[in-house]
Design a protein around this ligand. Structure first.
Ligand SMILES: [Zn+2]
Length: 267
């Protein structure tokens, strides 16, 4: 029974992934999310329901448009697979609960932020600001794990831990940004990354914010180093940081307490 529900969660997540792809395609261009309906970017033919089955349509059609045979980009497929995995892991960790809904929602948010940064080198304020407001409201209803455990009265506890987490995240990336700015006229860390780190702290809370940010820095450093070594990227080319922050944040949302306890157990 449990396995069936994990599979159902994965299928539901990949269907949500189709909508995330629409957000990723249209938000940077300032287009409507609802209109026009999904269509082939090459021949403009509207897609029928059988073309829109998450993950499977892509495999079945062998990456080609049914109407004009133009090849379909790879990213929508991987976003659907990724959000399917996100929902499956969230269900596995949290069962059918409010936590599941919150983690899945935040995971979707960071998939959209991360992929848009990967493709456009942009972290959109029109996503970050409303997300911060939503995160503040959620922190009242479901306090994120915090370093402050004095008995603050509800609704202060969650908000205080969220806001402290946000401040830690913001400052943690602001310092290297200010230090590196005289040396790099462009590229490197941007203002968007700093705002995103603040949002991450607000969401994850003061206890785990550094777990997510350090993981993002290490992950980004390793991948950037590997790309330079393999000469896939040149030293001058900027590698966006948002995708690594996103991946690290989703990992921390799912397994952060376990990771922190493992790390603290090393000493
Ligand atoms: Zn087409």
């Amino acid at each position: 029974m449990e396995v069936i529900l994990i599979v159902v969660s994965a299928l539901f997540g990949s269907a949500i992934g189709s909508f995330l792809n629409v957000c990723i395609d249209r938000l940077p261009a300032g287009k409507s999310l609802l209109y026009p309906p999904s269509h082939c970017d090459t021949c403009q033919h509207p897609l029928s329901p059988k073309d829109l089955i998450p993950v499977f349509s892509y495999l079945w059609l062998r990456r080609r448009c049914r109407y004009c045979q133009a090849s379909i980009p790879r990213r929508p497929f991987w976003v659907e697979v990724g959000s399917g995995l996100l929902f499956a892991f969230a269900y596995w960790q949290y069962g059918l609960s409010a936590d599941f809904a919150v983690i899945a929602f935040y995971g979707c948010l960071f998939i959209v932020l991360g992929v848009i940064d990967l493709e456009h080198r942009l972290i959109l304020n029109k996503i970050v600001y409303p997300a911060a407001v939503v995160a503040l409201i959620i922190s009242i209803l479901r306090p994120p794990p915090g370093i402050i455990d004095v008995s603050l009265p509800w609704p202060l506890l969650g908000m205080v831990n969220g806001v402290i987490g946000g401040a830690i995240g913001f400052v943690f990336l602001l310092i290297p940004f200010l230090i590196s700015r005289p040396f790099y006229s462009q590229g490197g860390m941007g203002e968007g990354d700093i705002k995103m780190a603040g949002l991450i702290g607000l969401i994850i809370g003061s206890r785990l914010v550094l777990v997510a940010l350090l993981m993002g820095v290490i992950l980004g450093g390793l991948v950037a180093g590997a790309l330079l070594l393999l000469k896939i990227k040149k030293r001058k080319e900027a590698i966006p940081f948002g995708p690594f922050l996103s991946l690290a944040t989703i990992t921390t949302l799912l397994w952060g307490n376990g990771i922190l306890n493992w790390y603290l157990g090393l000493f």
